[in-house]
Write a protein that binds this ligand. Structure first.
Ligand code: PFF
Length: 449
């Protein structure tokens, strides 16, 4: 049931839309705490290396598949090869698993924005504030509801374009503000050690988990291995260059993640004098308020910052929900209102354990993880490597890299063609198997890494 597809007006339209999906909480909230947890500079180095090789190749492949078939993920895989249709379905499950807990974090951001906007910023800077907030039962649920409700309403009324327009103006402001905050943080007394930890790779901190975490983060941050970029590709015009668009999206996405790390990690060192102990999902919320507290005009800057993060989060959550809604609509032929309602209700149910996992269900652990980490683990460390593995096999050995190369070359020379072929045919499949095995075996404590 493919209607005539509308297309992005040009390259800039495509890049901004894809960047709107890619840049979100993954960059600002998730990247810094993973970098702090998995070795600082060595994580950053591995991440950047993976981004320009593996991330680049997979993104080119996905966009080309979308543009070549003119279909979104499920239809596209089916059209290329019937046996691989399951990869499309697998990809479709991933956004459905991410959206609920993404909205829990989106709720935290909304809470912090409100706090700063109503003059309560100082409270957020006290050391127990964040812990008290997330471990309470009802308040985080309320903010979660607000965030997921707003996302559902925007998707229901189809007003994404309006939000995206606003966020396109906000995106450059976010970059400028992040640079400003990062420079301020790096000048704080004691920040130097943090800067060194974040920027200088220390090979002693390297483990296979550094690679596993960096790879999961790469998928997450660039919206890869879940069919999203296939859908975006299906709207892309033939004369727009896939290769240079991918470079631009990557620079945007990795640049914002890098800046977020630069804001958060040195700030931890400046306030505690050492690397964060067991950094987790709360890192950004615990650290940045202490920075804003001491900064001139910090409360206003805090409010603007959380507003920008909220907008970035919304453009991403909209793209997650839109994907789930449109797949269900296509497959089940429900109307849009019913589909939105069902997806909203399902997200509520799936998101509740993630928020309660910080409070009344804090003792409930599944394979040693609380619910939010569990959802994060299943999608990023298990399902995405599987989807990426089969995408690489499909492109590398079934439809052959040449078909992607032909699609890319419709708009000019493919400069990194050789890199692409080697990555897709050899490196990606092997890496995916290693990553999948190590993450699963370590989660079940079979191996210690
Ligand atoms: N890439 C987004 C982020 O980094 O926050 C998360 C995301 C959005 C993943 C949309 C997948 C997606 F479809």
């Amino acid at each position: 049931m493919e209607q005539k597809r509308s297309s992005f007006t040009g390259k800039i339209g495509f890049v901004l839309a894809a960047a709107g999906s890619a840049v979100g909480l993954g960059n600002i909230w998730r990247f810094p705490y993973l970098a702090a947890k998995y070795g600082g500079g060595i994580f950053l180095l591995v991440y950047i290396l993976l981004s320009v090789t593996f991330g680049f190749s997979l993104m080119v492949a996905e966009i080309a598949i979308g543009r070549k078939t003119g279909l979104s993920a499920i239809g596209a895989y089916e059209k290329l090869n019937k046996k691989y249709a399951f990869v499309g379905y697998l990809g479709a499950i991933i956004p459905a698993l991410i959206l609920p807990y993404y909205s829990v974090i989106g709720g935290w951001v909304t809470k912090y924005l409100t706090l700063y906007a109503t003059g309560g910023g100082s409270a957020a800077a006290s050391p127990d504030y964040f812990g008290g907030f997330i471990s309470s039962t009802w308040e985080p649920i309320g903010w979660f509801l607000l965030f997921i409700g707003a996302t559902a309403l925007i998707v229901l009324f189809g007003v994404e374009k309006g939000v995206e327009k606003v966020s396109k103006i906000m995106m450059p402001v976010l970059v400028v503000l992040s640079i400003f905050i990062a420079v301020y943080v790096c000048c704080m007394p004691g920040a130097g050690a943090g800067l060194a930890y974040y920027l200088i790779p220390n090979f002693e901190n390297f483990s296979i988990m550094t690679v596993v975490a960096a790879m999961g983060q790469l998928f997450y941050s660039m919206s890869l291995a879940m069919g999203i970029m296939i859908t975006y590709g299906s709207y892309m015009k033939k004369e727009v260059s896939i290769e240079s668009s991918v470079h631009q999206i990557e620079i945007f996405d990795t640049g914002i993640a890098f800046l977020a790390g630069l804001m958060v990690i040195p700030a931890v060192f400046a306030s505690t004098g050492a690397a964060p102990e067991a950094p987790g999902a709360g890192l950004m919320f615990q650290v940045l308020p202490t920075v804003f507290e001491n900064m001139w005009g910090g409360h206003i800057i805090g409010a603007i910052f959380f507003l920008l993060v909220l907008l970035a989060a919304l453009t991403s959550s909209i793209s997650l929900m839109e994907t789930v809604v449109s797949i269900l609509q296509d497959k089940l032929r429900w109307n849009r209102r019913l589909t939105c309602l069902v997806v909203f209700a399902a997200c509520l149910l799936l998101g509740l354990p993630s928020t309660l996992g910080y409070g009344v269900w804090a003792n409930v652990k599944v394979i040693g993880m609380q619910f939010l980490d569990l959802f994060d683990f299943i999608s990023n460390s298990v399902l995405m490597p599987i989807a990426a593995f089969f995408t690489a096999i499909l492109v590398g050995y079934v439809i052959k890299p040449q078909s992607v190369i032909d699609e890319v070359e419709l708009s000019g020379k493919f400069r990194f063609k050789k890199l692409f072929v080697v990555m897709i045919k050899y490196v990606a499949p092997v890496c995916m198997i290693i990553i999948l095995l190590s993450s699963v075996l370590s989660a079940f404590n079979v191996i210690k890494i």
